[in-house]
Design a protein around this ligand. Structure first.
Ligand code: NAD
Length: 427
């Protein structure tokens, strides 16, 4: 059988692009799985890439044309799922990489979705609400053949929110002449959103942390933790980790961080950020920088801000025994072997932050059933699925004698590859 031939290991770039980092890990996992060359090529290539032009009459009466994208990386497991971002500097390449990332995440989460991503090249900060709504509606109208509850289901991402999902749902519904709330997730509750969606990613991070502590034979109530990033994922993670008895000794955001060896008052920090946008001035402990936070002597580190925070430069100085990646791509590929050689247990992003997409799946299920679950049911099912995903990744890592990160990629790729094989190639 023709398997992938690697003449030389791909050089790991010093300038670490998170998507290249992801593809490097994909290559290693593909090699360990001895993927057939054809399947390897199939999984590297998106099944569909659509670019549309979005002409809009701006508030000043002039016409401006924006560009919109939707990339479906793979739909072997089911309808494709992934967010839509609005940003001035997005590129089709970036969207392609993010779409692949979603394929692996959905595969690990064991939900019946493929991976997709989309976006519109625009600067939302310079648009009025009316212009933003027009862009969203025209983008949706141009994507009518792509989107659909059985085909491709968008969700919020960078600079898009519940309101934008509501406009997508409404535009799609106007064209299909019926209310189709299952066409997007991350909607407002009143039009078919799910209870527990907002906290889902942080809740999944907490389940992953408790499972990792148990694997290391550590007691939550005697463990300490530092959380980088205090937005949706970081603040909810800090709060829920604290509720589990883990002492959160440091938190940070773009304005810097605070350390308190007695434990940060997370509720107070959340109230402060709600009023003042950032942690700056909250005086919840002694000031420290983001770099210092990463290197604190804690049991658990939760990077929940942005990509490329743990790199070959600082990885050897990190003291945490466990890293739970709330953010996407916080660790570069070059840092992986350094953390592995120190024996750090890294719960990788595609597992640790998959609670969000799991509850998006629940939202879709509830919309299609027309029956909405209690918060207690959402949380119970989320916790069960996160636990199962963690166990599956851990077992795969043990079986192949690799890190949890590579175990996650192996598990994800293997499932999609097996599905492709059993479905066969239509010709
Ligand atoms: P957010 O915008 O709510 O919060 C981001 C936080 O990071 C803010 O506190 C911000 O101040 C901080 N931050 C920004 N730049 C920083 C810097 N240079 N140093 C330190 N802190 C910085 O975003 P979020 O939804 O919490 O997402 C955070 C990460 O988690 C992203 O990587 C995102 O892709 C990932 N993620 C989010 C979800 C979700 O459901 N929200 C799901 C999966 C993954």
């Amino acid at each position: 059988m023709d398997t992938v031939v690697y003449k030389e290991p791909a050089p790991i770039a010093d300038k670490e692009n998170p998507f290249e980092s992801m593809m490097q890990r994909f290559d290693i996992a593909a090699e360990m799985l001895e993927l057939e060359r054809g399947v390897y090529e199939y999984l590297k290539t998106p099944v569909k890439q659509v670019t549309v032009s979005i002409p809009i009459q701006m508030d000043n009466g002039e016409i401006e044309v924006f560009e919109g994208y939707r990339v479906i990386h793979n739909d072997a497991l089911g309808p494709s799922k992934g967010g839509i971002r609005y940003a001035p500097d997005i590129t089709l390449d970036e969207i392609k990489a993010l779409a692949a990332w979603m394929t692996w995440k959905c595969s690990i989460a064991n939900i019946p979705f493929g991976g997709a991503k989309g976006g519109v090249k625009c600067d939302p900060a310079r648009l009025t609400q009316v212009e933003l709504e027009k862009i969203t509606r025209r983008f949706t109208a141009n994507m009518l053949d792509v989107f659909g509850p059985d085909k491709d289901i968008p969700a919020p991402d960078m600079n898009t929110n519940e309101q934008i999902m509501a406009w997508i749902m409404d535009t799609y519904s106007m064209h299909t002449r019926r209310t189709e709330n299952a066409v997007v997730t991350g909607k407002p509750l009143i039009i078919g959103g799910s209870l527990g969606r907002r906290e889902a990613t942080g809740r999944g991070v907490t389940v992953s942390t408790l499972a990792a502590l148990a694997k290391r034979g550590m007691n939550a109530k005697q463990s300490s933790c530092a959380v980088q990033g205090f937005g949706n994922v970081g603040s909810v993670s800090a709060k829920l980790l604290g509720e589990q008895g883990i002492k959160v000794v440091a938190v940070s955001d773009v304005s810097g961080g605070y350390y308190n060896k007695k434990g940060i008052d997370v509720t107070r920090a959340m109230e402060w950020v709600q009023k003042h946008r950032t942690l700056e001035g909250s005086e919840i402990g002694d000031s420290l920088t983001n770099d210092e936070l990463l290197e604190l002597d804690v049991d658990v580190l939760v990077p929940a801000a942005k990509e490329d925070q743990i790199t070959a430069k600082n990885a050897s100085r990190l003291k945490a025994k466990i890293i739970v990646e709330g953010a996407n791509g916080p660790t570069t590929a070059k840092a992986d072997p350094i953390l592995d050689s120190k024996g750090v247990l890294v719960v990788p992003d595609i597992l640790a932050n998959s609670g969000g997409v799991t509850v998006s799946y629940f939202e879709w299920v509830q919309d299609r059933q027309g029956y909405f679950w209690s918060l207690e049911r959402v949380n119970r099912r989320l916790e069960r699925m996160m636990h199962e995903a963690f166990t599956n990744v851990f077992r795969t890592a043990e079986k192949y004698n690799v890190s949890m990160r590579l175990g996650a990629y192996i598990l994800a790729i293997d499932k999609v590859a097996k599905t492709l094989k059993v479905r066969g190639i239509y010709a």
